[in-house]
Design a protein around this ligand. Structure first.
Ligand SMILES: [Zn+2]
Ligand SMILES: [Zn+2]
Length: 113
């Protein structure tokens, strides 16, 4: 009697690499975007993904995983330097992981946010 062994396996796949602000390292670090996927397998060989569960960022500095939905300005992307925002009060430039202006302390969201 022949039969096919079908099962599933869960793997973490690198979706993209880039840089992020790591709250553990407190610095901008090389990072990867990870997707946890379940693959249908046949004879233990993964065939194709049947579900994507969650996405994470992994800091290559401390090897920790981070939830992209958390309220942390990771600023993940392929740019090694942080995106800058200009303060609406004093006009100075601030890196993306600062929620407040380094010069005057104004909120990044603006006064009427
Ligand atoms: Zn880190
Ligand atoms: Zn300012």
């Amino acid at each position: 009697m022949d039969f096919i062994i079908v099962g599933w396996t869960t793997r973490d796949c690198d979706e993209a690499t880039g840089y992020m602000f790591c709250p553990v390292c407190r610095a901008r670090k090389p990072a990867a975007q990870i997707a946890r996927k379940t693959f249908l397998t046949s004879f233990f060989i993964p065939l194709f993904p049947i579900a994507v569960h969650a996405e994470y960022y992994r800091c290559e500095g401390c090897r920790q995983f981070f939830d992209p939905a958390a309220r942390v300005p990771y600023d993940f992307g392929d740019h090694p330097n942080p995106v800058l925002w200009s303060c609406h009060t004093c006009g100075s430039m601030n890196p993306s992981h600062r929620e407040r202006c380094e010069a005057c302390g104004a909120d990044a969201c603006g006064a009427d946010a």
